[in-house]
Design a protein around this ligand. Structure first.
Ligand SMILES: [Zn+2]
Length: 702
C-alpha cells in the first residue's frame, strides 16, 4: 500500500481456482496423490493459512505382519504445514482399529483419554504422531476428506449470519454443526450428523472451518477449492464497494515505519518475563484497514475465533492510542493492564488441574494508522502471530458483512490454550538455545571477523542485523545466512560507520525488524601503515573516523535501545579492538593509536553503561588474515614491508611463528570470544579485554 493511500473500499476475499495438473497427478501413487493434493491446498495462501487444516485418504496397504490387504488411514500428522509437508508428515493408522476405538468412548469427558489410544492404531511403525483431528477423518465413511480454515470459510463460521448464509450459498448441500472444540466428540457429532443428513457434501464447523469429502483425490481437492471460491464470491458481493468496519477513522500514517522503530524497543523493554521478546512489524493492507476503522476498538476487544488463530494471538490484542505513543508511563501502564487482564482471565477460567499460568504479555499490539506489531519468544513465531491476526481481520471483515462477528467463547478459548495434552507437548520441547530472544547488530558484518561473529550468534539463536558499507557484499552474506539459519532471523543494512545518519538507520533496522538491540558488535574497521613522516592528515583522520568515531557513533546510537533492557538481564557491547591498541606498532601510529582510543572508549562506556545494565568489553585480535578485507590490499604489502618479508604465504607463516602458541588466528576464534562476551556467560564481566592472538607478550594487559 502506498504511504498516503486512504482506504476507500473493503479488501476483497481471494477467490481460488483449481491448480490440479493431471500431467503431474497422473504419475502419482495413491499416497503421493494425497500429498500432491495437500501441498496444492496448503501452498495456496488464498486457500488456507499457514499450517491450516488437514487432509486424509483411506488407502489399501499390505500388512507387514500378515501379508494381507488392510485399509489404512493416511492423515496429516501432528505439527507441520500441509503446504510444505512431505510423505513422512502423514500418520498412518489401521482404519479398523480406529473404528474399534469407539468401544472406549462413553461421552465428551473422554476426549483426552481417546487421544491416548491413537498410537495403538499405528500402521507400519510410522513414528509420526496422529493429530487431535484424526477422529474427524476416521469416523467419516469417505475415501478422501479435507478439513481447512480459509478466511472466507471462517468468516461464515464465525458470524451470526453464517448458518443462514451457508443455506443461501449451498442450498442444503453443506451442513452446519455448532461450535465444538476439536476432539473425538466432534468426530462423533460429525459422523452422526452426516448419517442423519445423507444429502450433505460437507459440513461447516461453527467458529472453526469446514470439512468436506469426495471419492477421489482430484474430486476432493476441486470440491474444497470450489467451496472456498463460493464463500469468497458470496462475501465479496455482500461487502460491495464500501469500506469495511464502518469506514476509515484514522488514515495510514506516512511515518509509520519510523514510529514502529521508535515504539517497538520501548514496548519490548516493558514486557518483562523469563525471556526477551522478538518483535515483528507489519503495515499490510489488512492491518491499516482494520486499525484505522470506526469499528476497530469494538472488534479488537472480541479477540479471534478459529482455534488456530486464537492459539497464535492470545485472548485479545493490546490496542494503543497513536497520540500517546511518546508517553512511556502510558505504554508501561497499558502493558501492566494487559498482564492484569490476562491473569484475571486465567483465574476466571482455570480448572483444578490446569497448568500454571503462562506468559501474560500481549502478543498482538495494534496502533491505528501505524499497523500491527507482534511479539513472541522467537522471530518466526512473532511473524506468524502477525499473519494469523491478519487472517483474523479478514474473518471479522467477512463475518461483519453478513451479521455480527462472534469470537470464541472465553472458557472454550481457555480450555484450548491450557489443554493438558498441549501442556505436555510444551514440556517435551527442547530447551531454547542460549541466545534465543536476543537481537544483535554487527558492523563490518560482511567481512571475515564480522561475518564469523554473526554466524556464531545466529547459531546460538540470536537474530542479527549485518551492517556494512559494501551493499553487494552484505546482501550476499545475508542471503547465505538466510539459507543456513532461516530468512526470519537475519537482516542487512548498508552502513558506513563514519556517517551518523547511516548508523542511526542501521540501529533503526534492528528496532523495526526485530524490536530492539541486546548485543552490539562494533567491528567495522580499516588499517593503514605509514611511517610518521608519511602519515598525512587524511590518513590520520581516516583511521580516527572509522576506528574511534565510528565506534563512538555506533555505541551512542545503540545506547537508548540497550538501556531499555536493564530489567531483562541487560545488554552487551563488544568492541573488536586490536593487539595494536595495547602494544606499540612500527609504522602504524595512526591505526594503533586510534585502536587504543577505541579500547579506552570501551572502558569509559563500561563505567557509564553499568547503571543501565550495559556491559562493554573488547576483543583484541591479532593477525587474523583469513577472510579479512583489511588484509586483502595494501595493508598486507605494507605490513610485509614493515617486517621485511614477502607479502604472500610468508606473511602468514611470519605471524604464526611470531605468536607464542605458534598458531593461526582465525575469524572463528574471534567469534568465539564475541559470543562469550555477548552472551550471559559473561554476565558479570565488563570493562575487560580478551586477547585472541595466539599469545603475544607485548599485548598482555596490566
Ligand atoms: Zn481445524
Amino acid at each position: 500500500m502506498n504511504a498516503h493511500t486512504p482506504i476507500t473500499a473493503a479488501l476483497p476475499f481471494a477467490v481460488p481456482s483449481s491448480r490440479w495438473d493431471e500431467s503431474v497427478a497422473g504419475k502419482l501413487s495413491p499416497a503421493e496423490l494425497l500429498l500432491y493434493r495437500s501441498n496444492l491446498l496448503g501452498g495456496d495462501l488464498t486457500v488456507t493459512n499457514f499450517g491450516g487444516g488437514n487432509t486424509s485418504a483411506k488407502l489399501e496397504e499390505v500388512d507387514p505382519l500378515t501379508g494381507e490387504k488392510v485399509e489404512v488411514l493416511w492423515v496429516k500428522g501432528s505439527g507441520g504445514d500441509i503446504g510444505s509437508m512431505k510423505l513422512d508428515g502423514f500418520a498412518t493408522l489401521y482404519q479398523a482399529k480406529l473404528l474399534g476405538l469407539e468401544a472406549h468412548y462413553a461421552g465428551p469427558d473422554d476426549d483426552d483419554k481417546m487421544v491416548g489410544f491413537l498410537p495403538h492404531c499405528t500402521f507400519n511403525l510410522n513414528g509420526r504422531a496422529a493429530s487431535i483431528d484424526t477422529p474427524l477423518h476416521s469416523l467419516l465413511p469417505f475415501a478422501h476428506v479435507d478439513h481447512v480454515h480459509p478466511d472466507a470459510i471462517i468468516a461464515l463460521a464465525a458470524s451470526s449470519g453464517g448458518e443462514a448464509a451457508t443455506q443461501e450459498i449451498w442450498g442444503g448441500k453443506i451442513g452446519w454443526l455448532p461450535w465444538k472444540r476439536p476432539g473425538y466428540t466432534l468426530g462423533v457429532m460429525l459422523r452422526d450428523y452426516v448419517k442423519a443428513n445423507p444429502q450433505v457434501e460437507g459440513v461447516m464447523l461453527a467458529g472453526h472451518g469446514i470439512i468436506c469429502w469426495a471419492d477421489s483425490a482430484k474430486a476432493c481437492y476441486e470440491h474444497t477449492v470450489q467451496l472456498i471460491a463460493d464463500a469468497a464470491n458470496y462475501l465479496n458481493a455482500k461487502l460491495g464497494s464500501a469500506p469495511a468496519f464502518g469506514g476509515q477513522k484514522v488514515a495510514p500514517n506516512p511515518d509509520r515505519a519510523a514510529i514502529a522503530a521508535d515504539l517497538m524497543p520501548r514496548l519490548r523493554g516493558f514486557m518483562t518475563g523469563a525471556r526477551q521478546k522478538l518483535g515483528h512489524f507489519s503495515d499490510d493492507a489488512e492491518a491499516l484497514e482494520f486499525t484505522g476503522s470506526v469499528d476497530f476498538e469494538r472488534l479488537a476487544a472480541l479477540g479471534t475465533s478459529c482455534p488456530d488463530h486464537f492459539l497464535r494471538t492470545k485472548i485479545a490484542p493490546l490496542t494503543l492510542d497513536p497520540a500517546r505513543l511518546q508517553d512511556d508511563a502510558y505504554l508501561a501502564q497499558k502493558i501492566a493492564d494487559y498482564r492484569e487482564m490476562y491473569a484475571a482471565y486465567y483465574e476466571r477460567c482455570k480448572r483444578p488441574n490446569s497448568p500454571a499460568m503462562r506468559d501474560s504479555n500481549p502478543v498482538v499490539v495494534l496502533v491505528p494508522g501505524v499497523g500491527r506489531i507482534t511479539f513472541a519468544t522467537d522471530k518466526t513465531t512473532a511473524r506468524l502471530a502477525g499473519e494469523f491476526y491478519g487472517n483474523a481481520i479478514n474473518v471479522m471483515r467477512g463475518a461483519e458483512a453478513i451479521g455480527d462477528y462472534i469470537a470464541l467463547d472465553e472458557q472454550e478459548a481457555f480450555d484450548i490454550e491450557y489443554w493438558l495434552l498441549e501442556e505436555a507437548k510444551l514440556q517435551r520441547m527442547p530447551a531454547p538455545k542460549p541466545l534465543v530472544g536476543k537481537i544483535a547488530l554487527v558492523t563490518g558484518g560482511a567481512g571475515g571477523i564480522g561475518a564469523a561473529s554473526a554466524a556464531r550468534l545466529l547459531r546460538e539463536g540470536a537474530c542479527v542485523v549485518l551492517a556494512d558499507r559494501a551493499a553487494d557484499a552484505v546482501e550476499e552474506v545475508r542471503a547465505g545466512f538466510a539459507k543456513q539459519f532461516g530468512k526470519d532471523v537475519v537482516r542487512a543494512a548498508v552502513c558506513d560507520v563514519t556517517d551518523e545518519a547511516q548508523v542511526q538507520a542501521a540501529i533503526d533496522v534492528a528496532a523495526r525488524e526485530f524490536g530492539g538491540l541486546d548485543i552490539l558488535v562494533a567491528n567495522a574497521g580499516i588499517a593503514s601503515s605509514a611511517p610518521i613522516e608519511e602519515t598525512t592528515i587524511e590518513l590520520w583522520n581516516r583511521n580516527y573516523d572509522v576506528l574511534a568515531q565510528g565506534y563512538f557513533l555506533t555505541a551512542r546510537a545503540a545506547w537508548p535501545l540497550m538501556k531499555r533492557m536493564k530489567e531483562q538481564g541487560g545488554s552487551s557491547v563488544v568492541f573488536i579492538g586490536s593487539k595494536n591498541g595495547v602494544a606499540a606498532a612500527t609504522n602504524a601510529s595512526a591505526y594503533a593509536s586510534a585502536k587504543a582510543a577505541a579500547n579506552h572508549l570501551a572502558r569509559c562506556l563500561a563505567l557509564e553503561g553499568a547503571p543501565h545494565g550495559i556491559r562493554v568489553n573488547t576483543v583484541n585480535p591479532d593477525a587474523v588474515i583469513k577472510g579479512s578485507k583489511i588484509w586483502d590490499g595494501d595493508w598486507r604489502k605494507e605490513r610485509a614491508g614493515a617486517h621485511g618479508i614477502d607479502s604472500g604465504k610468508e606473511l602468514e607463516e611470519h605471524y604464526r611463528q611470531r605468536s607464542m602458541l605458534k598458531r593461526d588466528v582465525l575469524p572463528e576464534d574471534i567469534a568465539e570470544a564475541v559470543y562469550f562476551l555477548g552472551s550471559d556467560m559473561s554476565a558479570k564481566s565488563t570493562g575487560n579485554m580478551i586477547n585472541v592472538d595466539a599469545g603475544n607478550a607485548q599485548a598482555f594487559t596490566r
